[in-house]
Design a protein around this ligand. Structure first.
Ligand SMILES: Nc1ncnc2c1ncn2[C@@H]1O[C@H](COP(=O)(O)OP(=O)(O)OP(=O)(O)O)[C@@H](O)[C@H]1O
Ligand SMILES: [Mg+2]
Length: 290
């Protein structure tokens, strides 16, 4: 039996609230963004994280990817605590857990070409400069883009292409866990389907563990094997996606499902889109080296 790849054990995260004056007057208060959250993610799982705005989804993602430290509790990667893994430097953890953001342009340097950005990421992984050119071509192919994208700057890309580059950059690190925080919510529905399709295929082909944060329950139901429902910094319900969405136990989950326009079952989901049905310029049919 192998243990979970990612675990949160009683993790809380709070942020200081109020201005300097409040603090000077001793009116110090803290906003609790996560409260005693425990979660085990098994290798290869595709876990959807849902919940209203402000429920703590991105805070949880930030802790899992090592961008922030918990106020209390422990985050473990493959049984090793983050604190221990990061004692010397954050490198190893950061390599193994990668993140794709809602808008990749914020994560890309506007003055650096796609190729340069990918090259720098590959250098962090220790790939020799001679090898980088090949790997960049492979990564672009992997996310369904051609080599002509390499010299382009982020603003010269479409929204869908930028998300693919965000994904390519995350994959350049050869992560074990990928966290996608609303990766398609800035895209229109037809592009959403393509990027989700790509994410789904790569997760399978590369054997990734995926944490998929979304407000779209229908999308989560199509993509994910498990679901975690968050509210006010806690997990109110979790389990196999079809069970939780089919027979929600918690009133909050029931309310979330009831709030889906036209209902979960009736809503047209953008998935599945077969690769051959996608427009040719997306090149989803080209499979790169895994
Ligand atoms: N760096 C920060 N400093 C202060 N408060 C923060 C910080 N980051 C998050 N918060 C607060 O923590 C709570 C949880 O925020 P979080 O971003 O995790 O929610 P979310 O579930 O991702 O919401 P959304 O669906 O809108 O993205 C919110 O009340 C937010 O205002
Ligand atoms: Mg968020």
């Amino acid at each position: 039996m192998t243990g979970p790849i990612l675990s949160l054990r009683g993790v809380s995260k709070s942020f200081p609230q109020g201005g300097l004056l409040d603090r000077l007057l001793g009116r110090d208060s803290r906003l609790v963004a996560l409260e005693a959250v425990s979660l085990d993610v098994v290798r290869g799982d595709v876990v959807g994280i849902v919940g209203e705005s402000g429920s703590g989804k991105s805070t949880l993602a930030g802790l899992a990817v090592g961008l922030a430290r918990p106020t209390s509790g422990e985050v473990l990667l493959d049984g090793q605590s983050m604190a221990e893994l990061m004692r010397d430097h954050a490198g190893p953890w950061r390599r193994r857990v990668q993140m794709v953001f809602q808008d990749s342009s914020s994560a890309l340097n506007p003055r650096k070409s796609v190729a340069r950005c990918l090259s720098e990421t590959l250098a962090l992984r220790g790939v020799s400069s001679a090898q980088r050119e090949h790997e960049i071509a492979d990564l672009l192919t992997l996310v369904g883009l051609g080599p002509e994208i390499g010299p382009r700057l982020p603003h010269e890309l479409s929204g869908g292409q930028r998300q693919r580059i965000g994904l390519a950059r995350a994959l350049a690190m050869k992560p074990e866990v990928l966290i996608a925080d609303e990766p398609v919510s800035a895209l229109d529905v037809s592009l959403q389907a393509q990027v989700i399709n790509l994410l789904s295929r790569l997760t399978r082909e590369l054997g990734l563990t995926l944490l998929f944060i979304s407000h779209d329950l229908a999308l989560v139901r199509t993509l994910c094997s498990r679901i975690v429902v968050m509210r006010k910094g806690t997990i109110v319900e979790q389990g196999p996606c079809l069970d939780v969405l089919g027979r929600p136990q918690h009133p909050y989950t029931q309310a979330l499902i009831a709030a889906v326009p036209k209902g979960l079952a009736g809503r047209r989901t953008p998935l599945p889109v077969r690769a051959e049905a996608a427009p040719p310029e997306t090149r989803e049919d080209i499979h790169g080296a895994a």
